[in-house]
Ligand binder design. Structure first.
Ligand code: NAP
Ligand code: GLV
Length: 312
């Protein structure tokens, strides 16, 4: 019998129980706070943003499954035990959802939709003539599970695609690869629409600031669906106001929810979405967890374990 503790910091846990019952026959699914006593025996945890200090109170937790690909919602807890493996979500639903969001927003930026919407708000008939996809250079920041999937989804539209990652990647048709700090500048200089799909780590924090964003071509634009810590927002707004950058779509923020008084809501070159670029779907996520529990129980290495040194 598999015992699974569940923690979600928002309503909606009811849809998860049947998904786990279908994926793990006989599962003992326990939604927080009804976890019972840690003395009852080993358990797995599936969680999004658990209360600080909670995990440390349950030494019976064998492995933590992050409800998302990111783990900052777990590692923000200084008391989180260092020896429990953390498995990052990377199910098909998450990848497909992100590809849909990236396709939608890249097309919107390419076709000048932020400018058209701003004109509509002012009742202005403003005819703009966007370039064709084949003349637009997309730069994907982060070429992991999501970056790769999104690149494949963008390819058939004919964009000129490049990706930047930490480690070098083997040559690939239709994708130009850049890696490491040395190649960051060349990557930015050739990017018209930048798509942020990086995890939040000390190295990726503030990576997009006044100096780096100024390297992008005039009228370039930014889509951030990774983590908010990537961008210095004050610098971004200055570069949008000066006309150097043309638009930004922001899905993620350091402080979420974005406060009502944030000037970002009303900025006519910014589209705000409330961290919905890709949602973890119960069916595919429960199957992903079930497969990894099987691996752990068989003494094998589960997929996508957080490397605490790298931070992702
Ligand atoms: P992943 O498979 O671990 O890929 C991460 C990518 O980032 C890798 O290509 C990695 O390079 C690169 N990277 C990390 N640190 C770097 C650095 N310092 N310099 C250059 N490249 C760096 O992660 P994923 O599954 O694609 O997810 C990416 C992130 O998306 C998650 O961490 C999460 O924060 C975010 N996310 C957001 C949403 C949303 O709804 N907004 C949904 C899901 C995920 P290497 O390939 O060299 O290792
Ligand atoms: C969502 O933000 C995730 O990390 O999956």
């Amino acid at each position: 019998m598999t015992r699974l503790y569940f923690y979600l910091d928002e309503p909606g846990w009811e849809i998860w129980q049947p998904a786990f019952e279908a994926a793990i026959p006989g599962v003992d699914f326990r939604n927080y706070p009804d976890w019972g006593s840690p003395d009852e025996g080993p358990a797995y945890l599936f969680a999004w943003e658990p209360e600080l200090g909670l995990v440390a109170k349950y030494p019976n937790i064998k492995a933590i499954f992050s409800l998302g690909a990111g783990v900052d919602h777990l590692t923000r807890d200084p008391s989180l035990p260092k020896d429990i493996p953390i498995i990052r979500m990377s199910d098909d639903g998450l990848k497909e959802g992100m590809a849909e969001f990236v396709l939608m927003t890249v097309l919107m930026h390419q076709r000048y939709m932020p400018r058209m919407l701003a004109a509509q708000c002012k009742r202005e008939w403003r005819r703009l003539f966007p370039p064709l996809a084949s003349d637009v250079r997309i730069g994907i920041l982060g070429y992991g599970a999501l970056g790769k999937y999104c690149a494949q989804a963008l390819k058939p539209l004919g964009y000129q695609i490049a990706a930047w990652s930490r480690s070098g990647k083997a040559a690939e048709e239709g994708i130009e690869h850049f890696s490491g700090k040395d190649q960051f500048e060349s990557f930015l200089k050739r990017t018209d629409i930048l798509v942020g799909l990086l995890p939040s780590t000390p190295e990726t924090t503030n990576l997009l600031n006044r100096e780096t964003m100024a390297l992008m071509p005039r009228y370039a634009s930014i889509i951030n669906a990774g983590r908010g810590s990537l961008i210095n927002l004050e610098d971004l707004v200055d570069l949008l106001d000066s006309g150097h950058l043309s638009a930004a779509t922001l899905d993620v923020f350091v402080e979420e929810p974005l406060t009502e008084d944030s000037p970002l809501w009303a900025h006519d070159k910014i589209i705000v979405t409330p961290h919905i670029a890709s949602i973890t779907r119960p069916k595919t996520a429960a199957e992903y967890v079930a497969n990894n529990i099987k691996k752990i129980e068989a003494g094998m290495q589960p997929e996508n374990v957080l490397d605490r040194q790298r931070g992702y």
